[in-house]
Design a protein around this ligand. Structure first.
Ligand code: GDP
Length: 454
């Protein structure tokens, strides 16, 4: 394949940056632009070489270049990685020189796509790479690494082997259609199918945890203007356990941030912008709170306890009546005007915590309430596979449906060869996860989600 090039490290100024090349002419290109001690480089696979990137006679940067010879590389093609200084100008210049000498700018995910197309990894492993890179929590990273290491692939391979055995059995029974063989075959096939179903159901069950690990819990902070929403968000984000990541969905009216609590990602939406919408503040405040609460799995209602409980507080508490949540009596560093009994009338059984967002007091208690409610500590990634991808779950559901149909066919004493259709369907669904039976469109769609240089 043609030689592709991309900057693989994040764009920004850093100590080093990596420019990656992959393809047939990769070594020819590097020979033209990389000089060691003023000489053309001698390509020795699996070595790191010190020298300079040059543009004709001009020295561009002092670098280290590693060589990987096909098939022993990430893409299975010849590959080079140039470790340059991590400045944008320098890295872009090196990129340009590579292109000038015959490389093409890689598309997002194209290195990984080549690793997949060249058979080094299957599609589930390629998808795991995106998940590892984008992981928002430790548990998600761990589950994705397991998938990258081929745990899911090998589970599916086992299932495929069992199913193939069934096919052979059925063919044998068609070739020798005596009654007793048929009976034996039916029992054996039934046995295998029950086992396959068991395995698939176990796999599907892991998606409950998988979804939690990947998507976590959506939390909205709501409360009237000046109750302390922004202060609370700041306090949460400064907490040691909270690792902050930027989230694209941040809009003008709301701030969205990811933190992790006990290894699970939690998206926090703060409806901060509300008070800036002048005259209709109260109305808009209530509407926005309602909107945010509707979208959230869990609501944090924050009330200014240094003031009397207002109609607006009551309305907000009413909005979240049937939602999971917690009520925070904020500003406990000031003299309190609200007591628990008064709030309990409107709390609908929600736990009430007294905190001070300003002094960052009570945030631990808040985290514990959330963690306990969703049993974060019980969500463990053990040594088995955890399905975190909805596409995979859909395929597994389809497999189970086909297994059920074949079991029914056998139990209804229908001719057994009918189930070869279901078996073919199951194999196709396995192929949808591993990538053997996925359309090019879907493959392109998956790799589009990658970042440049991966
Ligand atoms: P929001 O409008 O709900 O986002 O409220 P802010 O977080 O902007 O807080 C409104 C005001 O209350 C600010 O002046 C904060 O400094 C103050 N505030 C927030 N939390 C506390 C607290 O726990 N104690 C005290 N004394 N003041 C607080």
């Amino acid at each position: 394949m043609d030689t592709i090039v991309a900057i693989s490290t994040a764009i920004g100024n850093s100590g080093i940056g990596i420019i990656r090349l992959s393809g047939e002419n990769c070594f020819d290109i590097i020979k033209k632009i990389f000089k060691t001690k003023g000489k053309e480089v001698n390509i020795k696979p699996n070595t790191i070489n010190y020298g300079y990137i040059v543009d004709r006679d001009e020295i561009i940067d002092e670098v280290l270049v590693s060589f990987f010879k096909s098939p022993k590389s990430f893409t299975t093609e010849n590959m080079c990685e140039i470790n340059s200084h991590g400045g944008i100008i320098i890295m872009n210049r090196i990129l340009e020189i590579c292109i000038k000498n015959g490389a093409r700018l890689a598309e997002p995910g194209e290195f990984t796509k080549r690793a997949f197309l060249n058979g080094r990894i299957d599609l589930s492993q390629a998808e795991a790479i995106i998940d590892v890179i984008n992981a928002k929590s430790e548990k998600e990273a761990k589950a994705s690494m397991k998938q990258l290491n081929g745990f899911l692939s090998s589970k599916l391979k086992n299932i495929k082997e069992m199913i193939m055995e069934v096919l052979v059995d059925i063919e044998a029974s068609i070739d020798y259609p005596e009654y007793d063989i048929e009976e034996v075959t039916n029992n054996r096939v039934l046995n295998v199918m029950e086992k396959v179903k068991e395995e698939l159901k176990k796999l599907r069950k892991t998606f409950d945890n998988g979804k939690m690990i990947k998507e976590g819990v959506n939390i909205a902070i709501i409360g009237k203007p000046n109750a302390g929403k922004s202060s609370l968000l700041n306090a949460i984000l400064r907490e040691d356990r909270a690792i902050v990541t930027e989230y694209e969905g941040t809009t003008r009216d709301t701030i969205e941030e990811f933190i992790q609590i006990d290894g699970i990602p939690v998206k926090i939406v703060d409806t901060a912008g509300i008070r800036e919408t002048d005259n209709f503040v109260e109305k808009i405040g209530i509407n926005k709170s309602k909107e945010a609460a509707d979208k959230a799995d869990f609501v944090i209602v924050i009330i200014d306890s240094s003031k009397d409980l207002t109609q607006e507080d009551k309305e907000i508490l009413n909005i979240v009546k049937n939602k999971k949540g917690v009520i925070l009596l904020n500003k406990n560093d000031l003299v309190s005007k609200i007591n628990n009994e008064e709030i309990e009338k409107y709390s609908d059984g929600k736990q009430i915590l007294s905190i001070s967002a300003l002094n960052k007091e009570g945030i631990d208690k808040l985290f514990n309430v959330i963690s306990n409610m969703y049993k974060f500590n019980e969500i463990e990634i053990d040594d088995s596979v955890t399905i975190t991808n909805n596409r995979h779950k859909v395929a597994i559901n389809n497999m189970i449906e086909n297994v059920d149909k074949s079991i029914k066919t056998i139990n209804d004493k229908m001719p057994i060869d009918i189930i070869t259709i279901n078996i073919t369907n199951i194999l196709t669904e396995i192929g949808k996860i591993t990538g053997e039976s996925v359309s090019e469109d879907i493959i392109n769609e998956i790799f589009k989600k990658f970042c440049l240089g991966k």
